[in-house]
Ligand binder design. Structure first.
Ligand code: IPM
Ligand code: MG
Length: 368
């Protein structure tokens, strides 16, 4: 078999359950290297609280440059209560936000798919969620997460004022809208754009620019505009009305957690954060589960590694040109669920509870 060129993958396990779920991805990468003669070059580094504990900063320059140079970054999770009182700039989340911003990963893809084996794990009625397949495209490098001015400043009467600024430029909106339309083109050709144009000027601009992109370049796509609060409600009322949802950084954060829960567990949902393609069609990218560091179950072998494993599968597809391998991995996950194996978060009657690493091993045993 011909060996393909080395592909540099940077693993950043981070905090809480991050190391446990990344450990399972590591086993899968090793499997691909050994059984499929792939040449993934893995490196593992600290991020978040784990980095702070050793280096007094949530990400070192060295790790940051490694992320810049790798073909895909796979991140576990960052944060935990022991770092909640740190000075803002040293908090674990700052590392994640720095990577997103400085790698220019403006498009965050968060698919919410309800697996048929897990229809009962959702808190919604089976008929509402069965067959659900939504793609949320969250803008990831703009909006109120990064807008200036920001900060906490003293004002008169001994009061303080907390300030964050919600801003978007046309080009920031247009580039993420295009990602959403391109995805819809390969799916059900329907995009719902969410904003708060009834309250915010940045929302009016959002709506106008998304509409313009559709009119000029994607006449065959059905585009609806929806206020973000209505979207939150519609996701619970009738989630299957959606195909692709495109929205800003903050609304995307909230709506994607909500959509995740429709599928039964946050432990299932992967994500891809993508930058612009260069002239060779390559782009910077980072892949991470939508769930957080879940400190309450960290180290107990209870975490569901599927979200992170499916994030790696997205990396195979979007960054590493290995669609067949991605399909192989996705199928393996399906087969394990068919066999009735469940981590605690998706356990239901009659199913077999397995630990994080047992789930990883079972998935590997189904790889072809
Ligand atoms: C997410 C997380 C992050 C966010 C946190 C950890 C900074 O909630 O990826 O959804 O708010 O973007
Ligand atoms: Mg979030």
């Amino acid at each position: 078999m011909i060996k393909v060129k080395k592909r540099k993958i940077l693993l950043l396990p981070g905090d809480g359950i991050g190391p446990e779920v990344i450990a399972e991805v590591k086993k899968i990468i090793e499997w691909f290297n050994k059984k499929k003669s792939l040449d993934f070059e893995m490196e593992e580094n600290l991020i978040g609280g784990a980095s702070y504990a050793k280096h007094k900063k949530p990400i070192t320059d060295e790790v940051f440059y490694k992320a810049l140079e790798s073909e895909a970054v796979i991140l576990g999770a960052v944060g935990g209560p022991q770092w909640d009182n740190l000075e803002f700039s040293k908090r674990p989340e700052r590392a994640l936000l720095k990577l997103r911003k400085e790698l220019k990963l403006f498009a965050n893809l968060r698919p919410a798919i309800c697996f048929r084996q897990l229809v009962d794990a959702s808190s919604l009625k089976p008929e509402i969620v069965s067959g659900l397949d939504i793609m949320i495209v969250r803008e990831l490098t703009g909006g109120i997460y990064f807008g200036e001015p920001r900060g906490i400043k003293p004002i008169e009467n001994g009061e303080r004022k907390g300030i964050n600024t919600h801003t978007y430029t046309s080009s920031e909106i247009i580039r993420v809208a295009k990602v959403a339309f391109e995805l819809a083109q390969k799916r059900n050709k329907k995009v719902t754009s969410c904003d708060k144009s009834n309250v915010m000027e940045a929302g009016i601009l959002w709506r106008e620019e998304v509409q313009k992109v559709k009119d000029e370049e994607y006449p065959n796509i059905e585009l609806n505009h929806m206020l973000a609060d209505n979207c939150a409600m519609q996701l619970l009322r009738d989630p299957k009305q959606f195909d692709v949802i495109v929205t800003d950084n903050l609304f995307g954060d909230i709506l994607s957690d909500e959509a995740a829960m429709l599928t039964g567990s946050l432990g299932l949902l992967p994500s891809a954060s993508l930058g612009a393609k260069d002239k060779n069609g390559k782009m910077r990218s980072m892949y991470e589960p939508v769930h957080g560091s879940a400190p309450d179950i960290a180290g107990a072998g209870k975490a569901n590694p599927i979200a992170t494993i499916l994030s790696f599968s997205m990396a195979l597809r979007y960054s590493l040109d290995l669609d067949k391998e991605a399909e192989n991995l996705d199928q393996a996950v399906q087969k394990v669920l068919d066999d009735g194996l469940r981590t605690k978060d998706i356990l239901s009657k009659g199913k077999k509870e397995v630990s994080t690493s047992q789930m990883g091993d079972a998935i590997i045993s189904k790889l072809k």
